[in-house]
Design a protein around this ligand. Structure first.
Ligand SMILES: O=C(O)CCC(=O)C(=O)O
Length: 255
């Protein structure tokens, strides 16, 4: 089967809220990004978010506890050197997102913009959520890219998505106080039963909408999972002044 075109992928994103672009990054790029991510992880290069900071299920109780030094994200990937910067602003990423937005895409440095790790021990489970829940923009039509730097499956903490959830009008009562989609409600169960977890190979990129409900389990393999994650908005959509979304300047992508 031939690879799907950008136009087809954009259409799938519009319809189901996520799409996998297979082999978007070459093996050489993936190898270089992975080696650099691993080097920075081993060298504990800040800024870092630790599993203990979030306290999701499976995380150590504090940074001082056993496993407390388990990294969740290497933050501000854009500032971590030219390899990461080039990836986030690549011409083909820009062209893809321009096809979706119909205008210049802007990289948000305030959200995602990280190497996401999931460790076999102390790597946590992330419940069902929409990324937009804590973001503040004039519109809610943002798209994130998730580049697999290794194999990703349900068992090592790969992402699950709920197709079509990006266009659903959920009620606030369907979410808990941390804005996680409540798995205990029958009306939510009907959604959760539709969950899909695309298996990713190194170099695959998932484009997903900021309203798409997604979740991930813990990592039951014996290898750390590494992914590179970025978020983009169209230039006509701005972060609201004074919010975290406006805390770092965005980077417009060349046409
Ligand atoms: O890898 C995970 O546990 C989920 C990450 C995620 O959904 C997020 O950061 O928004």
């Amino acid at each position: 089967m031939s690879a799907s075109s950008v136009a087809e992928q954009v259409q799938t994103l519009r319809e189901q809220g996520f799409v996998v672009a297979r082999q978007f990054a070459s093996p050489e790029i993936v190898q270089a990004l992975r080696a650099e991510a691993q080097r920075q992880l081993d060298a504990v290069i800040e800024p870092i978010e630790y599993e203990a900071d979030l306290q999701y299920p499976g995380a150590p109780p504090s940074r001082d506890a056993q496993g407390g030094a388990t990294v969740r994200r290497l933050l501000d990937a854009y500032r971590r050197g030219p390899l990461f910067q080039q990836w986030a602003t690549r011409q083909d990423i820009g062209a893809w997102l321009r096809a979706y937005f119909g205008e210049t895409p802007v990289l948000s440095r305030a959200h995602h913009n990280c190497v996401m790790t999931k460790h076999p021990a102390y790597g946590s489970l992330t419940g069902w959520h929409q990324d937009i829940r804590y973001w503040s923009f004039s519109e809610d039509d943002l798209v994130s890219t998730w580049l697999a730097l290794g194999h990703e499956t349900a068992d090592n903490g790969g992402l699950f998505f709920l197709p079509g959830s990006h266009t659903a009008a959920f009620d606030a009562s369907q979410f808990d106080e941390q804005k996680f989609f409540r798995a205990d409600l029958p009306q939510n169960q009907a959604w959760i039963e539709r969950a899909v977890c695309p298996t990713l190979e190194p170099g695959d990129v998932v484009f997903f909408h900021c309203r798409t409900l997604h979740a991930a389990r813990q990592n039951s393999s014996d290898q750390v999972k590494l992914s590179l994650v970025h978020t983009y908005h169209p230039e006509s959509c701005s972060p609201l002044p004074g919010t975290r979304s406006a805390s770092l300047p965005g980077v417009p992508l060349a046409g």
